[in-house]
Ligand binder design. Structure first.
Ligand code: FEO
Ligand code: CA
Ligand code: CA
Ligand code: CA
Length: 600
């Protein structure tokens, strides 16, 4: 983009140009430092990482693999001591283990992978003189893995659909997996979405009951052996033996990082689908609203409105009460309408005559407590097979909804729709004003004006992503000569000015993924600027944006290799090392101290 010209508050830096460097590239005048890497000690006493001598016992006390969402929870008013909570979405065995044989993984490798999933909780100090954010040993430090017991709560806890031979109560599940994005709640806990959970299970073809089969199909569970072959070491991953184990994943989980002995929770009231994450808005009357996306082509956006109201304050008592808010309320799915004639939405991405992709919409109730609003479904079925219930009410099929997040400054809600190669192609749903491009390669960002606890909203597309030189892109009406190209938006964050920060997954423009900022109000609305790029094959995840520090999770570096045994990246350790997913902190260097991000 052309440099120079005015910038909105908090966005005054020289944008990083598109590039393909095997490192994190930050703007001129900014510093960076690794906070923590895969394998670094988390729990006090954990051994140092030893790539050639990995064990499950070590991994379950070390930082897990493929960091995705990260959240910062301050422990003091100054924000010096904080809890850092991080998701470990999935494992990449070919990179983790030298000489890995995908057809015959060893039990040791499988057990390491179970320990590399889940979350890390650790104490971090903000000390910008010592390099951003430093991890400290503490009593809070904790790993949650596929062996950690979770309590199932809410209206579907104890449902017959959740009972297995290992858990006849249907209320206790070992572990969480594929934790993608998430959110920090106003009461100081972490929410996390169980996303592509189908990939861990084998033998959906051995299920004979047609209804069970149909439900497994709608959630993408596969026939035959699983990629990781876990079913050879624990039969809960074999759907032919334990079909209900599938229903024990695909939830929003909540972790109380203040209490390292707490049992994490799976909240059934928030429905079961490929949850990207959940973010909370507190309504004026104190009820809480959770916004959620189901990240699959042609799947839906949801919200949950609690029945009870939030107790303020940071006490353990308030926290326990507030965690209970997500167990009772109403679950809704979104239906969108455009305000332009359908004939003007031709699939090219050209704006309709009124100059905007925009319109109105409504939240369709699915279930509230024990009451179902969907004909043919019990409330329990709505919660456990939410996708099928949403199909039945005619929700709007979206281009892969990722983060859905309220902006704390202007109150509007933003959703990243990452892409959809099948949109409008033969045999698939046609374009509509909300998802207006055929084969949507670069995704778009939706902005909603939502009455938090109500059922009506208005919406507009803030960004239709891609190369600004292409006529099928839109940058909030801003001058396209001055914006950074952006492709495949995924995670969202807001700074104190209300600027929207967007990290990307799967850049289709020939550059690496990165982190961008875009003002959403005032004359600079739509002025997208790239803040950083990540190394070869990596995705940018879980941005944390504070006044003087930005962090990103660099996920799956090197994963674009044609030969999986030879990753394309050696980041961050360099030389001929295997890549290690890591969290990186970035700040503006003001002569040895950190200045405000985006202000010179
Ligand atoms: Fe794991 Fe939807 O990205
Ligand atoms: Ca319109
Ligand atoms: Ca994601
Ligand atoms: Ca993604």
């Amino acid at each position: 983009p052309e440099s120079g010209g005015p910038s909105a508050p908090g966005t005054d830096f020289d944008p990083v140009p598109p590039n393909t460097e095997d490192r994190v590239v930050v703007p001129e005048g900014y510093e960076q430092r690794i906070v923590i890497r895969w394998g670094d000690p988390v729990v006090p006493g954990a051994p140092e990482f030893d790539f050639h001598h990995q064990t499950p016992e070590a991994q379950q006390r070390q930082f897990g693999y493929n960091n995705d969402f990260a959240g910062l929870i301050p422990l003091d008013g100054a924000g010096r001591r904080n809890l850092l909570v991080v998701n470990h979405e999935y494992t990449t065995e070919t990179h983790m283990f030298p000489g890995y044989d995908a057809e015959n993984p060893t039990e040791q490798q499988v057990r390491i992978a179970w320990a590399a999933h889940g979350q890390s909780v650790l104490l971090v100090m903000r000390d910008l003189a010592r390099g951003g954010l430093t991890a400290e040993p503490s009593r809070y430090n904790r790993r949650i893995t596929l062996n950690t017991e979770f309590e199932v709560r809410g209206p579907a806890a104890g449902s017959d659909h959740l009972k297995t031979s290992a858990d006849p109560s249907g209320t206790r599940v070992l572990g969480t997996q594929n934790n993608c994005a998430g959110g920090v709640t106003p009461w100081g806990t972490m929410l996390s979405g169980e996303e592509n959970v189908h990939q861990y299970f084998a033998h959906a073809d051995r299920v004979t009951d047609p209804r069970t089969k149909r439900r497994l199909d709608r959630y993408g569970f596969n026939a035959g052996a699983s990629t990781r072959k876990w079913e050879r070491f624990d039969e809960r991953w074999d759907l032919g033996r334990e079909p209900n184990e599938a229903n024990r994943f695909g939830w929003i989980v909540e972790i109380d990082p203040h209490d390292p002995d707490s049992t994490p929770v799976k909240h059934t009231a928030l429905g079961r689908f490929k949850h990207e994450g959940a973010t909370i808005e507190v309504a004026e009357d104190g009820r809480v609203v959770a916004y959620m996306g189901d990240d699959e082509r042609f799947d839906y956006m949801y919200k949950f409105v609690s029945h009870g109201t939030m107790k303020p304050g940071g006490s353990a008592h308030a926290r326990r009460h507030n965690m209970g808010l997500l167990d009772e309320g109403t679950l809704y799915v979104a239906r969108f309408s455009g305000d332009s004639p359908a004939a003007e939405i031709d699939g090219s991405g050209a704006l309709p005559a009124d100059g905007e992709f925009d319109g109105s919409g409504e939240w369709l109730p699915l279930a509230g407590g024990a009451k179902s609003y969907v004909p043919g479904f019990t409330a329990e079925e709505v919660y456990v097979f939410t996708r099928l219930a949403a199909d039945a009410v005619g929700a709007t099929k979206m281009d892969r909804p990722e983060d859905v997040q309220p902006n704390p400054v202007n109150g509007r809600v933003y959703c990243a729709l990452t892409n959809n190669s099948n949109r409008g192609t033969p045999g698939h749903a046609p374009v509509d004003e909300t998802n207006p491009r055929i084969g949507n390669k670069h995704g778009h960002v939706l902005e909603m004006d939502d009455d938090a606890t109500g059922t009506r909203f208005s919406w507009t597309l803030l960004l239709v992503c891609g190369d600004p030189e292409d006529s099928n892109t839109y940058f909030g009406g801003f001058d396209k000569n001055r914006v950074s190209p952006i492709s495949c938006p995924d995670n969202l964050a807001f700074d104190r000015h209300g600027n929207l920060w967007i990290s990307t997954d799967g850049n289709e423009l020939g550059s690496h993924d990165g982190l961008f900022v875009v003002p959403v109000d005032g004359p600079q609305r739509g002025h997208v600027k790239q803040f950083l790029t990540v190394p070869n094959g990596a995705e940018t995840c879980g941005p944390i944006v504070t006044d003087n520090l930005v962090t990103v999770c660099v996920q799956h570096p090197g994963e674009d290799a044609e030969d999986a045994q030879h990753p394309t990246s050696h980041w961050p350790d360099g030389g001929d090392s295997r890549p290690r997913p890591s969290l990186t902190a970035v700040w503006r260097d003001e002569g040895g101290r950190a200045g405000e991000i985006g202000r010179r």
